[in-house]
Ligand binder design. Structure first.
Ligand code: PEP
Length: 254
């Protein structure tokens, strides 16, 4: 990464942890990371643990994240969680377009875009996830896929709001599989995404954007990833569930 962008390490706890378990892990992270000033840190517990974890994180530098949000503010949407409810729960950042939402729950670019615009208009920061499947990589359409997902996901988002958006490049074949992209391969896609952003928002805005890598990030590969010019942080799934693995990722530069 380059100096002007602050490293951003985020943990996605997916569908793991009861409220009690979430409090235990968040308490350790809050204590251990209380002095971190030079990085942005976020954890995204499941919805049911948000209120409890908010209380633990209060006064610490760790931001509270949500893993998804509805594309509407309220109404007859059984099972959905509105951005307003997330604001009430203390959430600052919402992860949208995660590949598990796209591929298991059929979220389209159009739906992800509605969610992104609504979340931004409600004052949140957003992590917009993009990434190709194994088949797409093997057929040589990685750039096309990430360009489409990035441009469609951000359609209608103005330059001012862009400062509250982080892109997470997460090759689907690397998520939860133990296979990660090489730092060089990941950096090449990050550079490409930065170019896509520059087309719509200009070079200066694109250089200021944080682009995280996600996909089997572990304590032993984070250092090499963070050395790359266009990799500004990580979105971490499995390894964010335990302090023993998440803390060394956050503190990769120690
Ligand atoms: C993720 O959930 O966004 C992720 C990258 O998972 P993992 O680190 O387990 O591959």
């Amino acid at each position: 990464m380059i100096g002007m962008r602050k490293p951003f390490i985020a943990g996605n706890w997916k569908m793991y942890k009861t409220a009690g378990e979430a409090i235990s892990v968040a308490t350790i992270l809050a204590t251990e990371l209380s002095g971190e000033k030079d990085k942005k840190i976020m954890i995204a517990p499941p919805f049911t643990a948000l209120h409890a974890v908010r209380d633990v994180l209060e006064g610490t530098p760790i931001l509270l994240g949500a893993q998804n949000a509805a594309s509407e503010l309220e109404g007859a949407h059984t099972g959905e969680v509105s951005p307003r409810m997330l604001m009430d729960a203390g959430v600052a950042v919402i992860i949208l377009g995660h590949s598990e939402r796209r591929h298991i729950y059929g979220e389209t670019d159009a739906l992800v875009n509605r969610k992104v615009r609504l979340a931004l208009s409600e004052g949140f920061e957003v992590i917009l996830c993009v990434g190709e499947t194994l088949e797409e990589r093997q057929t040589g359409v990685t750039e096309k896929v990430v360009e489409t997902q990035t441009a469609a996901g951000l359609a209608g988002v103005g330059e001012k709001e862009l400062s509250r958006v982080t892109i997470a490049y997460e090759p689907v074949w690397a998520i939860g599989t133990g296979k990660n992209a090489t730092p060089q391969d990941a950096d090449a896609v990050h550079k490409f995404i930065r170019g896509v952003l520059a087309k719509s928002y200009g070079e200066k805005a694109s250089q200021a954007m944080t682009i995280q890598y996600g996909g089997s990030v572990k304590p032993d590969n984070i250092k090499d990833l963070m050395k790359m010019e266009n990799i500004d942080g990580a979105l971490v799934g499995g390894a964010s569930l335990k302090p023993e693995t998440f803390l060394p990722i956050v503190q990769y530069d120690r």
